[in-house]
Design a protein. Structure first.
Length: 624
């Protein structure tokens, strides 16, 4: 069965997991994190360091889980430790995740697994950071000067099974020939020069460089350079299968290799078109976009210019124009505009490798992220992934200060009161192709930035904003964090009410307080008080005191998950509003909420649902 490796080697390795077993390796781990990104994972039994990103109790389970999730592993320990622990889950060499052993003091770097899946390159980068020579033992790397099964970005292997016989022949000094089907059409680059240097004679065993379709052969290792730019146009709402069928059929008809397609290119008007992105995903490449002005510059080179297309888009050709714009001034059309019912395509060939990340721009991406109370332990993996994938972080400066700055990220902090300014700027950046993270503490959808972003989009007719991909990830809210610190006060129906009257009239707030009190909800008070705004909290407590018994439990939580955290539980009759400020959240129980003393520490607070009450009648209420 043929094994195919058609995806190009990534430009940047996935962020590694840096495993620390004791305090001796922590300084080295911090150096690696600063240079490479990723997270520091520490052993719970041996480390009490508060700024670990993740903690584990069982090293074997933790390492195996990360490895099976294809996470690059940097283990600051003796090489034998990861070897023994990972042995039961090792795969074949083509599927190995990079695993490196690093001396705690940074004096040695040894790639153990996945040498040709990124570990050797990662070892070299770590060697530069730690100023030590990595112990790379892979024969091909050492004797040939390159890894034939790990071509650089911009190249793909047609059949990975043919790497072994070619490498074996070269290591044995046997002749291997190089056939470059593109000849002068492909400018010589470093990789091709190295291949030329390896191939010393004509031989029955060959390496072929081509952007044409190549069937598997027992005597030929084929490399496909990413030299083909696929230009696409389509009607709004076109069926992705139509685009895929058009491209697959046209490539087959003209005998071109799918693996040589560098990216799918189109006009910026199509940046949010699902069919374009579905096609790119199907081909395993990026989707990139050009303004109409850039495409119109290609008009003299078009084979099929159209006045109708110009009237609708501002350029005389989308498919041909996008392909030529991507291929560059020396690029040539190899497939002119080809149509299906609702789509068009064209392909241009470039004279050098096309690196899609530097051509055109991507669809803009805005991630609205709730980082929870602020500590890494309470931040979701999805939030971390979105933060790592963004190149701009924006938010209230106090929230940005809760995150460790990433070297690849531009940060912009804003003052309180500048919410609309930061939301508009985030949308503008994303509309220009940036990947932006708009950051809130807690959950961004609870009294935070998400509703403002969606309202701006709802009211705006700016087409650039409408083409931005907007995603949102939840965070642990202050409400959840405060409840978890005391027990289960939210065990039954509850609601949240903000006491800030900056955007909501006090009459409305008071109406909601009375309704919640009448409904006997557990009530969480957000924005309870500030230096200048104290009267609202007093009036809220007065309303609730008339509807609740004096013994009702009240939780006052401040700086949750951060330095200076305090959580106090008092009775309603003992509530002191001087304990409360804008960093606080107050949870006031219902008539059913209980406070249970403990031998040590503060009491438990919980609101029973009636599981243990034989006479309980289950009622569904909708929280406000």
């Amino acid at each position: 069965m043929t094994s195919s490796l058609l995806a190009e080697t990534p430009d940047v390795l996935a962020k590694p997991a840096i495993i620390v077993l004791g305090p001796g390796g922590f300084v080295t781990a911090k150096r690696l994190k600063e240079a490479l990104g990723g997270k520091i994972h520490g052993a719970s039994a041996r480390l009490s360091i508060t700024d670990l990103d993740s903690r584990f109790d069982d090293l074997r389970t933790h390492l195996q889980t990360l490895y099976l999730d294809n996470q690059p592993l940097l283990v600051l320990a003796a090489a034998a430790i990861p070897i023994r622990l990972l042995a039961p889950v090792l795969k074949n060499k083509r599927d190995e995740s990079p695993v490196l052993a690093i001396a705690e003091d940074g004096s040695a770097v040894v790639p153990l697994l996945g040498g040709h899946r990124g570990a050797n390159d990662l070892a070299r980068r770590i060697g530069e950071v730690l100023e030590t020579k990595p112990a790379i033992t892979t024969a091909g790397d050492l004797r040939l000067g390159l890894a034939l099964d790990q071509p650089p970005a911009g190249w793909a292997i047609n059949d990975a099974e043919m790497v072994k016989p070619v490498v074996s022949a070269l290591l044995a000094g046997e002749p291997v020939s190089l056939i470059n089907d593109l000849g002068d059409d492909l400018r010589q680059d470093a990789w091709l020069s190295k291949l030329s240097g390896l191939c010393i004679a004509d031989s029955a065993l060959r390496i072929r460089v081509t952007d044409r379709h190549a069937e598997r052969r027992e005597d030929e290792l084929v490399y496909h350079p990413k030299t083909l730019a696929l230009g696409m146009g389509c009607e709004r709402g076109a069926d992705p299968e139509e685009l895929i069928s058009l491209v697959e059929g046209t490539l087959a008809e003209h005998g071109l290799a799918k693996a040589s397609i560098a990216a799918v290119f189109s006009i910026a008007l199509k940046a949010a078109e699902p069919a374009i992105h579905a096609l790119a995903d199907h081909l395993g490449v990026k989707a990139r976009f050009f303004d109409a002005e850039m495409l119109e510059r290609q008009a003299p080179r078009l084979a099929n210019p159209s006045d109708l297309v110009f009237k609708e888009t501002g350029c005389h050709g989308v498919a041909e124009g996008a392909a030529l714009a991507a291929a560059g001034e020396d690029g040539t059309l190899v497939i002119e505009k080809t149509k299906s019912k609702r789509a068009t395509m064209a392909i241009a060939r470039a004279q050098s490798i096309l690196h899609a990340g530097a051509i055109g721009r991507p669809q803009g991406h805005l991630a609205i992220i709730g980082i929870g109370p602020g500590s890494a332990a309470w931040r979701s993996p999805e939030a971390d992934q979105l933060l790592s994938a963004s190149d701009h972080w924006m938010g209230y400066q106090g929230y940005l200060d809760l995150l460790q700055k990433a070297p690849h990220v531009e940060q912009e902090g804003f003052a309180l009161g500048e919410e609309e300014v930061r939301a508009r700027k985030a949308l503008d950046l994303a509309a220009n192709g940036a990947r932006v993270a708009l950051i809130s503490s807690g959950d961004a959808g609870i009294y935070a930035m998400a509703s403002l972003v969606y309202e701006l989009l709802d009211r705006s007719d700016d087409p650039a904003w409408q083409r931005v991909e907007v995603v949102m990830t939840p965070g642990i809210s202050a409400l959840q964090a405060a409840a978890a610190r005391t027990g289960a006060p939210l065990g039954h129906d509850f609601c949240t009410i903000s006491l800030s009257d900056l955007l909501t009239p006090w009459e409305v707030i008071e109406q909601r307080l009375r309704a919640a009190a009448d409904g006997d909800f557990v009530i969480a008070l957000y924005n309870p008080a500030s230096l200048r705004r104290r009267e609202g909290l007093f009036r809220a407590i007065s309303i609730l005191e008339r509807a609740r018994p004096p013994s009702t439990p009240v939780t006052i939580a401040r700086n949750l998950g951060r330095d200076g955290e305090t959580v106090d539980v008092v009775k309603l009759q003992d509530f002191d509003q001087d304990q409360v400020d804008m960093m606080s959240l107050v949870i006031i129980g219902s008539s059913r909420t209980r406070m249970t003393p403990r031998l040590h520490g503060q009491p438990f607070v919980y609101t029973p649902r009636g599981y243990l009450d034989a006479d309980a009648v289950s009622t569904d209420r909708c929280s406000a």
